[in-house]
Design a protein around this ligand. Structure first.
Ligand code: ARG
Length: 402
């Protein structure tokens, strides 16, 4: 019997050609597996089945992983305010480990000996696919046809034509785009020059500022233990909530990122993202932590957040360190319950109010009114001791010793 491989299938040119190419070149049977993490639109399922079959897949599976993606991947990332290099909410990086979980499960169902992906050898995604596969199923091989086949885009189009795979791909590909519920990543084409301003055309989730509504609006996001649960008082499930927030924030023309980032493989890469929902939720969540996390806990958490973002980016989701740091973050979220008022104006999104039943904000302590409850007399001694070491240094060795 021919060996079988479960290929992460998008329905695009590369993975479609890969289905047939692997059969021809490597003699394997290919199971095409499309995992929906929010990138599929109405009608895409039929297109995927049709193309995979035409390319010669022995079977096609389409798995709706949106709910799981939101609950098991996006929530932990949100609780950790995870932003790679301080900016990128890890859209693609978060989706790879959940896709791998499904590829591996499918490989088990179909008695496959390998999983496959259509990543090139220059990116992060190969790292994420392969590290997760090695951890979850060390016995499975990984097949990466695109990394070895040496085909240009024109070659792929020619092969798709020859093999009668129904794909309408243009010779010139303007951008490479990856999309899911957490946002959209846009690379290649004119963006490869980091000095060129990104044109308007690749954006679909965010309006240009000039087209945003003139009237400001507000979104009140409710959280329970760091998990978003409601918008403007209406309780909703995560998938709907993420979409609802993204739609409004995107309409107001906020949520774009333009950056040069450091890939795991050592390359600097110009990336453009639009992440209205994830960025707004992280903004709101962080703001709520501002009144619900004790100071030292908040400071330590910030350090750990940076590390978590790096681990996610670097393909280390399924590792013991990630688990341990995730457990730390989980314990910090016990009282991150409350609401944040997000104010949207053209091209802007700001936290404009926050409240929490277990808020640490103590009005009687904070107020500048005379009837506060703060013990002013404690401050004098405290400040003197706080600065004592630096003062001693100054007297003996520094400016005060002259
Ligand atoms: N640079 C981002 C990352 O590494 C996005 C990658 C997007 N992938 C793609 N095939 N366009 O997470």
């Amino acid at each position: 019997m021919a060996k079988r491989v479960v290929l992460a299938y998008s329905g695009g040119l590369d993975t479609s050609v890969a289905v047939r190419w692997m059969r021809e070149e490597w003699g394997v049977e290919v199971i095409a597996c499309a995992v929906d993490v929010g990138q599929l639109a109405a009608g895409d399922e039929d297109m995927i089945r049709e193309r995979a079959a035409a390319a010669g897949a022995v079977e096609t599976e389409i798995i709706d992983a949106r709910e799981q993606f939101a609950r098991e991947f996006l929530v932990p990332a949100l609780r950790a305010n995870a932003l790679y290099e301080g900016k990128y909410p890890l859209v693609s990086a978060l989706s790879r480990p959940v896709i791998v979980e499904h590829l591996v499960a499918s490989a088990r169902r179909h008695g496959a000996h390998a999983v496959g992906h259509g990543c090139t050898g220059k990116g992060n995604d190969q790292v994420r696919f392969e590290v997760s596969t090695r951890v979850l199923a060390p016995d499975l091989d990984v097949m990466a046809p695109v990394r070895v086949w040496g085909l240009s885009r024109a070659d792929c189009i020619e092969l798709a034509d020859k093999w009668e795979i129904p794909i309408s791909a243009s010779k010139e590909k303007l951008y490479s785009i990856d999309e899911n519920m957490w946002g959209r990543a846009i690379e290649c084409g004119i963006l490869e020059n980091p000095w060129s301003a990104a044109p308007e055309d690749p954006y679909t989730l965010t309006r240009a500022t000039k087209d945003a509504p003139a009237e400001p609006t507000e979104l009140v996001v409710g959280f329970e233990q760091g998990i978003p649960v409601s918008v403007n008082g209406v309780t909703m499930g995560l998938v709907e909530l993420i979409e609802t927030v993204g739609r409004t924030v995107g309409e107001y023309g906020w949520g774009r990122i333009d950056m040069v980032e450091n890939r795991r493989v050592g390359i600097k890469s110009r990336e453009v993202y639009e992440c209205p929902s994830s960025l707004a939720l992280i903004l709101a969540h962080k703001d709520l932590e501002g009144i619900t996390l004790e100071r030292d806990l908040a400071r330590e958490k910030q350090r750990i957040e940076i590390r978590i973002a790096e681990l996610i980016y670097d393909g280390m989701w399924h590792t013991p360190l990630m688990r341990a740091l995730g457990a730390f973050v989980d314990t910090t979220q016990e009282h991150v319950t409350g609401e944040v008022r997000l104010r949207l104006e053209r091209g802007r999104c700001d936290a404009a109010g926050r409240r929490a039943p277990r808020s640490l904000y103590d009005h009687d302590l904070a107020t500048y009114n005379a009837d506060d409850s703060f013990r002013h007399q404690d401050s004098e001694g405290f400040v003197r001791l706080w600065g004592l070491s630096a003062e001693t240094w100054s007297r003996r060795q520094g400016p005060g010793s002259a």
